[in-house]
Write a protein that binds this ligand. Structure first.
Ligand SMILES: C[S@@+](CC[C@H](N)C(=O)[O-])C[C@H]1O[C@@H](n2cnc3c(N)ncnc32)[C@H](O)[C@@H]1O
Length: 231
């Protein structure tokens, strides 16, 4: 097994067991104590959701959306509610995908489809992905061992732009998180600086970039990366 595949296997195992907890971060499902704590320590999760949909806009009729590392499908459902014709969510964690499929059928959102697979795809089931108007990659780059390969595989799938979150390096929170994950036997976690983000996206073939730096919750970059024809 290559180091990338080992990381995918560990991330898949971790997030499968964590699916219900992750899902509870959305939609006011947690009690007041946890909501206050989340608002202090994990505000980025709510903020990047809002920023993504500000960028995608209120009306997605006639558009297609790819959500890589879709988790329990929260972004996919909102894209479908905004009228997208087709929304494909991909995630390597079976626990996440089964939760997304359950909620999707409960919500009756026929535009959504979920695939359990790593990205970049390795077998024919996902290799045949067409291109999409928009892509969403939220909270995923933290776990990707080879970001250059990931972003190069993403670029040809995006017709307009991708909204991508990159975890920044915080002097205290990054090492704390790294050792916490190590101690708990979870997967690796990676951080980025702005120069790296720009370099990776340029090398992958993206054009214009809008980069917003969020400073709370350890910091992150929320990037809108345009395909060259949209720049
Ligand atoms: C922190 S969760 C974010 C879920 C969702 N995007 C959200 O923001 O609610 C990260 C997700 O990325 C998935 N993931 C990590 N690496 C991946 C890869 N290489 N291919 C597909 N999914 C991946 C994990 O299984 C996990 O469900």
């Amino acid at each position: 097994m290559t180091p990338d595949h080992a990381q995918e296997a560990k991330a898949g195992e971790f997030f499968s067991g964590f699916a219900a907890k992750w899902d509870s971060l959305y939609g006011g499902k947690r009690n007041l104590f946890w909501r206050l704590l989340d608002n202090w320590l994990r505000r980025d999760i709510q903020e990047r959701y809002q920023l993504t949909f500000e960028r995608l806009g209120p009306d997605l009729r006639g558009q297609t959306v790819l959500d890589i590392g879709c988790g329990s499908g929260i972004y996919c459902f909102e894209a479908a509610r905004r009228g997208a014709d087709r929304v494909v969510g991909i995630d390597l964690a079976e626990g996440m995908i089964s939760l997304a499929r359950q909620d999707c059928s409960r919500l009756g959102l026929a535009a959504c489809e979920f695939i359990c697979a790593p990205f970049p795809p390795r077998d024919s089931s996902t290799k045949r992905l067409d291109s999409f108007d928009y892509a969403i990659v939220m909270g995923v780059m933290d776990y990707v061992a080879d970001p250059a390969a990931f972003l190069s595989a993403l670029r040809p799938l995006v017709r307009k732009f991708a909204v991508i979150a990159f975890n920044a390096h915080h002097w205290f929170r990054a090492p704390l998180r790294y050792y916490r994950y190590k101690l708990l036997g979870r997967c690796e976690v990676y951080t980025y600086d702005e120069e790296q983000v720009r370099g990776l996206l340029a090398k992958a073939g993206f054009g214009k970039l809008d980069i917003l730096r969020l400073y709370h919750s350890g910091g992150s970059y929320i990037v809108t990366a345009y395909s060259r024809q949209q720049s």
